[in-house]
Design a protein around this ligand. Structure first.
Ligand code: PMV
Length: 328
């Protein structure tokens, strides 16, 4: 039996703009997806998710079938493509597998749950088949799912889930891993409203493609903001990093991806003394993050809870995906 875990992520600055070529700053956090692989009768693949309460069972013949439709029935379809790719790469297309997903990452709220699950599934299945994959291969295979679900992902979610740590990311550039700083305190506030990353990315992309001058100006400013955020992070200047996050939230409001609930939790966190706060991920609902001092993170978390949000106090994950062989 093989188990693999991969972290969730938060984006400190630069979501959406990263899809259009600007840099972003992201961090892996200590909330994990866990995938366990055991044997099954030959050619039968069973994928169950405790969080989604679904089980999908299919014979190996169906694996190649294309399914871009994410419905209740087809919710596991993108993962099937990953499993197929690994079985093919390992030359073991006749194997049967039971894949159990137990994720603690809230689904559909901007914490990269689908990327994390894709990454942990890739590693667990590969290890089970004794296929040695480098992290780079894990990233490539896991990205198959992200492309099916999110249509035009930047790759930031899979990168963070695979490698862990704090990442300075730009499409087409080798990601830069910044030294994790333990004194960074992040509180997440979940508005508890789900949304689709793919739809939000498409909405922003359509406006960019229409040649909307305002969006392109905001996008450039957001890119500069991330460069300054990276400098502040490196220097441990969290006061300035917080200010930049507040400014980034204004850009995200302007491009129409924040919501009344997100703005409310952002304001509440700022009033409770957070150094900075903004939505994280695609927006349209989902989560916000607050950068806090160690002595006020509980106050900020309580303020979020009192306002009806769900709070998580998180630390940075420095490892990324990892696996364990439980039978030895
Ligand atoms: O909402 P999430 O966790 O899937 O994050 C999406 C981040 C975006 O920048 C909006 C999209 C991307 O692929 O970078």
């Amino acid at each position: 039996m093989i188990t693999a875990t991969a972290p969730a992520k938060v984006i400190l600055t630069g979501e959406h703009f990263v899809v259009h070529g600007q840099p972003a700053l992201a961090a892996a956090i200590d909330i994990y997806s866990k995938v366990t692989v055991t044997s099954n009768i030959p050619k039968i693949i069973e994928i169950s998710s405790s969080a989604l309460g679904t089980t999908s069972k299919f014979s190996i013949k169906q694996l190649g079938k294309k399914s871009n439709q994410i419905s209740n029935d087809g919710i596991m379809d993108p993962l099937k493509h990953i499993v197929e790719k690994i079985l093919q790469t390992a030359g073991q297309i006749d194997r049967g597998l039971k894949i159990q997903i137990d994720s603690k990452i809230p689904v559909g709220v901007g914490l990269g749950s689908s990327a994390s699950t894709a990454v942990s599934t890739t590693m667990a299945v590969a290890r089970y088949l004794n296929l040695e994959l480098e992290k780079n291969d894990i990233f490539e295979i896991a990205s198959i799912q992200e492309k099916l679900i999110h249509k035009k992902p930047s790759g930031i979610d899979c990168t963070t889930a695979t490698y862990g740590g704090v990442i300075f990311f730009k499409i087409g550039k080798v990601p830069e891993y910044l030294k994790p700083n333990n004194s960074i305190n992040i509180v997440i506030g979940d508005t508890r409203s789900k949304r689709s990353t793919g739809d939000l990315v498409t909405k922003v992309t359509q406006r960019v493609n229409l040649g909307n001058g305002e969006i392109s100006r905001i996008s450039k400013s957001a890119g500069k903001l991330t460069m300054e955020a990276v400098k502040s992070y490196r220097e441990g200047d969290f006061n300035n990093l917080g200010k930049l996050m507040n400014k980034n939230q204004k850009f995200l409001q302007k491009i129409g991806v924040s919501t009344v609930q997100l703005d409310r939790l952002v304001n509440i966190a700022q009033q409770a003394g957070a150094l900075g706060a903004k939505l994280t991920g695609a927006g349209g609902g989902g989560c916000m993050i607050a950068l806090c001092r160690p002595d006020n993170k509980y106050k900020v978390a309580n303020a979020i809870e009192n306002a009806g949000g769900r709070s998580y106090i998180v630390s940075i994950d420095t490892t990324g995906v990892k696996s364990e062989n439980l039978s030895t």
